[in-house]
Ligand binder design. Structure first.
Ligand code: DUC
Ligand code: ZN
Ligand code: ZN
Ligand code: ZN
Length: 460
């Protein structure tokens, strides 16, 4: 059914203007003033007083995730509908095989979980937890199948994590294939040693999680990753950079011309380590890795985001409920890591960035959509509003005022880390390839609309 969106203000990463948008089939076919169309099936949406943003892209989510003896709570039905309600029309999920898992099988398992079950479009970063000849040939097959980004963990020893030699091999292969490598940057050995030391001292509560992975641990991982990227000539992307110490290392490499990109995630911009110090084990809700930091780091993250040194804002969405978090009572190393945010990322970044004067609106669109599309081989199909692009559109009401609450969320979890936080705007209508999936802020669409997005390697 054709769709005509009239009188809205189109805002992309670099333009801002009032125009109508005509959508036919799955794409944008016209943008202009006073568009009309004679078709009895035409749906007209009046977007007077609303912004129209390109569908937002979350470059870092976990939906299906076996982790720390349990599973993250969302499935693709709940996760994708929560994403859409929050304005995210595409997510990139981490496919995370364990060291002993067959990587080709893991890839197909993750894909089969998503296919037919997602309401929004999706693709994967292929996690690599081991490197040998078998994995190498499987990775080539996975790239052929449409995956143009890898993921490595420098932490989580003996589990998801890779050794330095394997990191070198992964980057070398990625360089050859034209694939970007995303990395979780923490020093695994330091984390393991500090955890044991703290536990031996009887320091077992969630407030000690941050002390087991202090900023130095992340700065070291960041510096090491940047050095390996430089030595191999590959292109790197640091996920969830959380603090000034790591930012300094990444910027030092970037300013030398090392092709390195930076993602930070919404919890680190807004929540700080005092949340993980809440009494009665409440702090466990705020345990993620890298941990929430001292509040003094946040102004550096906001400044780097505004200046474009931080390229993208994701979530590291990873929901574990209160009962799962409880597995870590008496031993913080057993608290499943993660704070869910897939539903709230865009509204929080808009509110505490754009609306409260900390972020230019175009940089907001760039960081929450366009830049991820460019880095991960989705642009200009995704990440912009242009004739020929997919009609993934967010009609956003900047006059909405409300608060975030577990009571109204779609994410499958029994708490929200942003409970009670004000938001200054909200998606009213969200389309995925031309189909209205969210109307009046509610999911009304096709639960299996989402497509697997095949991507081509790029030569940066
Ligand atoms: N950090 C988290 O908090 N959760 C999932 C994986 C990760 O690196
Ligand atoms: Zn991570
Ligand atoms: Zn400072
Ligand atoms: Zn993650």
């Amino acid at each position: 059914m054709p769709l005509l969106i009239k009188n809205g203000e189109i805002i992309t990463a670099d333009t801002r203007y009032k125009a109508d948008i005509l959508v036919q089939d799955e794409t944008i076919t016209q943008i202009g003033l006073d568009l009309e169309m004679d078709d009895e099936d035409l749906e007209v949406i009046d977007a007077t007083g609303k912004y129209i943003f390109p569908g937002f892209i979350d470059p870092h989510v976990h939906i299906y995730l076996p982790f720390m003896a349990t599973f993250a709570k969302d499935n693709h039905t709940t996760g994708s509908q929560a994403a859409l309600i929050g304005g995210t029309t595409t997510f990139i999920e981490m496919c995370c095989p364990n060291r002993n898992d067959d990587h080709w099988e893991a890839y197909n398992l993750w894909k089969s979980r998503a296919e037919g079950n997602s309401a929004c479009d999706f693709t994967f970063h292929m996690g690599i937890s081991k490197f040998d000849d078998t994995v190498e040939s499987q990775l080539k097959q996975i790239v052929e199948d449409g995956i143009s980004s890898f993921k490595v963990f420098l932490s989580y020893k003996n589990f998801f994590g890779v050794e330095d030699g394997e990191l070198y091999q992964v980057l070398t292969l990625a360089k050859k294939l034209g694939v970007i490598v995303t990395a979780h940057c923490e020093n695994a050995e330091l984390v393991a040693q500090l955890q044991q030391k703290l536990l031996a001292e009887g320091k077992t509560g969630p407030e000690y999680h941050e002390k087991s992975r202090p900023v130095q641990v992340e700065a070291e991982g960041t510096n090491r990753f940047a050095t390996f990227v430089e030595m191999t000539g590959a292109t790197g992307y640091i996920v969830h950079l959380s603090c000034q110490a790591a930012l300094e290392r990444a910027m030092a490499a970037k300013s030398k011309g090392v092709p390195l990109y930076i993602e930070s995630v919404i919890p680190h911009f807004l929540l700080d380590k005092t949340f993980a110090e809440k009494p009665d084990f409440e702090g466990a809700k705020y345990v993620m890795s890298p941990p929430l930091r001292d509040k003094s780091n946040q102004k550096h993250l906001w400044a780097a985001l505004e200046q474009g040194f931080i390229d993208t804002v994701g979530t590291d969405h990873c929901p574990f409920d209160v009962e799962q978090k409880d597995m870590g009572r008496g031993d913080f190393t057993k608290i499943p890591n993660g704070i869910p945010a897939i539903e709230d990322r865009v509204n929080l970044l808009y509110t505490y960035g754009v609306s409260r004067g900390n972020l230019d609106i175009h940089r907001f669109v760039d960081a929450a959509s366009t830049k991820a599309a460019k880095l991960f081989g989705l642009f200009p199909r995704k990440g912009t509003i242009a004739v020929g692009s997919d009609a993934d559109l967010v009609i956003y009401d900047p006059n909405y005022r409300g608060t975030i609450s577990v009571k109204t969320q779609t994410v499958n979890n029994n708490y929200n880390g942003f409970e009670g936080w004000e938001i200054d705007g909200k998606p009213e209508v969200v389309t995925v390839r031309g189909q209205v999936q969210v109307r009046d802020g509610k999911f009304v669409g096709d639960a299996s609309r989402g497509q697997f997005l095949r991507r081509k390697p790029s030569h940066f």
